[in-house]
Design a protein around this ligand. Structure first.
Ligand code: AMP
Length: 118
Protein backbone atom coordinates (compact mmCIF):
# COMPACT_ATOMS: atom_id res chain seq x y z
CA UNK A 1 0.00 0.00 0.00
CA UNK A 2 1.44 3.40 -0.99
CA UNK A 3 0.80 6.82 0.49
CA UNK A 4 -1.52 7.54 -2.46
CA UNK A 5 -3.75 4.58 -1.53
CA UNK A 6 -4.03 6.11 1.94
CA UNK A 7 -4.98 9.45 0.37
CA UNK A 8 -7.65 7.74 -1.75
CA UNK A 9 -9.11 5.97 1.30
CA UNK A 10 -9.07 9.21 3.31
CA UNK A 11 -6.62 7.85 5.89
CA UNK A 12 -4.22 10.68 4.95
CA UNK A 13 -5.61 14.12 3.99
CA UNK A 14 -4.83 15.89 0.73
CA UNK A 15 -5.47 19.30 -0.74
CA UNK A 16 -8.03 18.10 -3.26
CA UNK A 17 -8.65 19.85 -6.58
CA UNK A 18 -11.20 17.52 -8.15
CA UNK A 19 -12.31 13.89 -8.22
CA UNK A 20 -14.71 11.55 -9.93
CA UNK A 21 -15.41 7.83 -9.52
CA UNK A 22 -12.15 6.81 -11.19
CA UNK A 23 -9.58 9.56 -10.57
CA UNK A 24 -8.36 12.07 -7.98
CA UNK A 25 -6.41 15.32 -8.43
CA UNK A 26 -4.67 17.05 -5.51
CA UNK A 27 -1.87 19.55 -4.89
CA UNK A 28 1.66 18.15 -4.60
CA UNK A 29 3.00 18.61 -1.08
CA UNK A 30 6.37 19.78 -2.44
CA UNK A 31 5.49 21.91 -5.50
CA UNK A 32 8.07 22.32 -8.25
CA UNK A 33 6.09 25.03 -10.07
CA UNK A 34 3.52 27.69 -9.05
CA UNK A 35 0.85 25.10 -9.88
CA UNK A 36 1.76 21.45 -9.27
CA UNK A 37 -1.10 18.96 -9.23
CA UNK A 38 -0.89 15.17 -8.97
CA UNK A 39 -3.46 13.14 -10.85
CA UNK A 40 -3.96 9.49 -9.92
CA UNK A 41 -6.32 6.65 -10.79
CA UNK A 42 -8.19 5.29 -7.76
CA UNK A 43 -7.41 1.79 -8.98
CA UNK A 44 -3.86 0.82 -8.17
CA UNK A 45 -1.38 0.56 -11.04
CA UNK A 46 2.32 0.66 -10.25
CA UNK A 47 3.17 3.06 -13.05
CA UNK A 48 2.57 3.99 -16.67
CA UNK A 49 4.34 0.87 -17.90
CA UNK A 50 1.83 -1.32 -16.06
CA UNK A 51 -1.38 0.67 -16.51
CA UNK A 52 -4.31 -0.82 -18.41
CA UNK A 53 -4.37 1.24 -21.64
CA UNK A 54 -8.18 1.04 -21.53
CA UNK A 55 -8.34 3.66 -18.73
CA UNK A 56 -6.11 6.16 -20.48
CA UNK A 57 -8.94 7.67 -22.56
CA UNK A 58 -10.92 8.54 -19.42
CA UNK A 59 -7.75 9.64 -17.66
CA UNK A 60 -6.87 11.95 -20.56
CA UNK A 61 -10.31 13.58 -20.34
CA UNK A 62 -9.92 13.95 -16.56
CA UNK A 63 -6.46 15.56 -16.87
CA UNK A 64 -7.73 17.95 -19.55
CA UNK A 65 -10.60 18.94 -17.24
CA UNK A 66 -8.25 19.57 -14.30
CA UNK A 67 -5.96 21.66 -16.52
CA UNK A 68 -8.97 23.78 -17.49
CA UNK A 69 -10.15 24.07 -13.86
CA UNK A 70 -6.69 25.34 -12.90
CA UNK A 71 -6.72 27.87 -15.76
CA UNK A 72 -3.80 26.19 -17.52
CA UNK A 73 -5.52 25.29 -20.76
CA UNK A 74 -4.77 28.57 -22.51
CA UNK A 75 -1.13 29.31 -21.59
CA UNK A 76 -0.08 25.69 -21.37
CA UNK A 77 1.44 23.26 -18.90
CA UNK A 78 3.77 20.30 -18.58
CA UNK A 79 2.53 16.77 -17.95
CA UNK A 80 5.04 14.28 -16.55
CA UNK A 81 4.93 10.72 -15.32
CA UNK A 82 8.08 9.37 -13.72
CA UNK A 83 8.35 5.68 -14.49
CA UNK A 84 10.53 3.30 -12.47
CA UNK A 85 13.94 3.78 -10.94
CA UNK A 86 15.71 5.59 -13.79
CA UNK A 87 12.61 7.72 -14.29
CA UNK A 88 12.87 8.94 -10.70
CA UNK A 89 9.55 7.46 -9.55
CA UNK A 90 9.27 7.56 -5.76
CA UNK A 91 5.64 6.64 -5.17
CA UNK A 92 4.75 3.34 -6.83
CA UNK A 93 1.18 4.26 -7.74
CA UNK A 94 0.69 5.73 -11.23
CA UNK A 95 0.51 9.52 -11.14
CA UNK A 96 0.81 12.37 -13.58
CA UNK A 97 2.41 15.64 -12.50
CA UNK A 98 0.52 18.62 -13.98
CA UNK A 99 2.84 21.64 -13.77
CA UNK A 100 2.23 25.22 -14.80
CA UNK A 101 1.61 28.80 -13.80
CA UNK A 102 4.95 30.00 -15.21
CA UNK A 103 7.20 29.48 -18.21
CA UNK A 104 8.93 26.22 -17.32
CA UNK A 105 12.56 25.59 -18.16
CA UNK A 106 13.67 22.52 -20.09
CA UNK A 107 17.31 21.86 -19.30
CA UNK A 108 19.31 18.63 -19.31
CA UNK A 109 17.71 16.14 -16.96
CA UNK A 110 20.84 14.02 -16.48
CA UNK A 111 24.55 14.62 -16.10
CA UNK A 112 26.06 14.97 -19.57
CA UNK A 113 28.72 12.41 -18.57
CA UNK A 114 26.11 9.78 -17.71
CA UNK A 115 26.17 6.57 -19.72
CA UNK A 116 23.84 6.68 -22.73
CA UNK A 117 23.12 10.38 -22.29
CA UNK A 118 21.97 11.83 -25.59
P1 AMP B 1 7.38 10.78 -8.05
O1 AMP B 1 8.79 11.15 -7.68
O2 AMP B 1 7.08 10.98 -9.51
O3 AMP B 1 7.01 9.41 -7.54
O4 AMP B 1 6.45 11.84 -7.35
C1 AMP B 1 5.89 11.69 -6.09
C2 AMP B 1 5.33 13.03 -5.70
O5 AMP B 1 4.44 12.83 -4.61
C3 AMP B 1 6.39 14.03 -5.24
O6 AMP B 1 6.33 15.20 -6.08
C4 AMP B 1 5.97 14.35 -3.78
O7 AMP B 1 6.18 15.70 -3.45
C5 AMP B 1 4.51 13.98 -3.80
N1 AMP B 1 3.94 13.60 -2.50
C6 AMP B 1 4.42 12.68 -1.64
N2 AMP B 1 3.60 12.59 -0.56
C7 AMP B 1 2.58 13.46 -0.78
C8 AMP B 1 1.42 13.82 -0.03
N3 AMP B 1 1.12 13.27 1.15
N4 AMP B 1 0.58 14.77 -0.56
C9 AMP B 1 0.87 15.34 -1.74
N5 AMP B 1 1.93 15.02 -2.49
C10 AMP B 1 2.80 14.10 -2.02
Amino acid sequence: MTIFSKIISGEIPCNKVYEDEQFLAFHDINPKAPIHILIIPKKEYKNFQEVDPAIMGDMTRFIQHVATLMGLDENGYRLITNNGSDGGQEVLHLHFHLLGGAKLSWNHLADANSKNFI
